[in-house]
Write a protein that binds this ligand. Structure first.
Ligand code: 13P
Length: 250
């Protein structure tokens, strides 16, 4: 019932030449009809990658968005309207690297979520605990807090037009993915938190897993009942690997 989705978060990697080759290989690949595929290049490359994807079924997403609608004096920021204007359909908000390295708190992430949706972008809201938080047994409390900030500002209805990505911080870029059971537990918790407020929206919400997803572990993660695809970092920079991950979700 929920259509799987795999998004590639390229983070701050790539060049015009590398992107052109990667996107060419992705466009040539056949993903079949059973999966939505999205790539999220660095902001500087969105327009050019978007042009290359124009006649394909692959969607375009941004890695972040400004919380302010603008236009206005916000040096260095990129508004949701601008992302829409260059062809984005999605925007990641609240990635753990933004939260940790750029001190984005739950309230700011919630405002980014709302700003993205106000322009018709589908926010991909990232949630997830650090290793320390997992070891202290507060994973659910952390994820609940991250979700509730957005629920409080945007309301549950907004989750009918959004995606949540569970990305345990300890699994990102470490090669150590969550086990399928660990992912399933948190995904079910996320869905339950939304379903408590609206059962239909909860049932329809796509919850992606992110954190060291590879072709070798994708199928077992995506086989879990509440895992609806992936948000893939490092492995999304290699076309063959990424295509195999997408195929595992289809
Ligand atoms: P890796 O797949 O490189 O662990 O990154 C996950 C991630 O942060 C995707 O947003």
């Amino acid at each position: 019932m929920r259509r799987p989705l795999v998004a590639g978060n390229w983070k701050m990697f790539g060049s015009r030449a590398e992107n052109a080759k990667l996107v060419d290989e992705l466009v040539q690949a056949s993903f079949g009809g059973g999966v939505d595929v999205v790539v999220c290049p660095p902001c500087a490359y969105l327009w050019e990658v978007g042009r290359q994807l124009k006649d394909s079924r692959i969607g375009l997403g941004a890695q972040d968005v400004c919380a302010e609608a603008g236009p206005g004096a916000f040096t260095g920021e990129v508004s949701a309207a601008m992302l829409k204007d260059v062809g984005c359909g999605y925007a990641i908000v609240g990635h753990s690297e933004r939260r940790a390295l750029y001190r984005e708190d739950d309230a700011l992430v919630a405002r980014k979520f709302v700003a993205a949706q106000a322009q018709g972008l589908v926010p991909i809201l990232c949630v997830g605990e650090t290793l320390d938080e997992r070891e202290k047994g507060v994973t659910s409390a952390v994820v609940a807090r991250q979700l509730d900030a957005v629920l409080g500002l945007a309301g549950v209805a907004a989750f009918a037009r959004a995606i949540v990505a569970y990305e345990p911080v300890w699994a990102i870029g470490t090669g150590k993915n969550a086990t399928p059971d660990q992912a399933q537990d948190v995904h079910a918790f996320v869905r339950g938190r939304i379903a408590d407020r609206d059962a239909t929206i909860g049932a329809g919400l796509r919850v992606l897993y992110g954190g060291s997803v590879k072709a070798a572990n994708a199928a077992e993660l995506f086989a879990m009942a509440d895992v609806d695809g992936g948000l893939v970092g490092g492995a999304s920079l290699k076309s063959e690997e990424f295509v195999r991950i997408c195929a595992a979700a289809a």
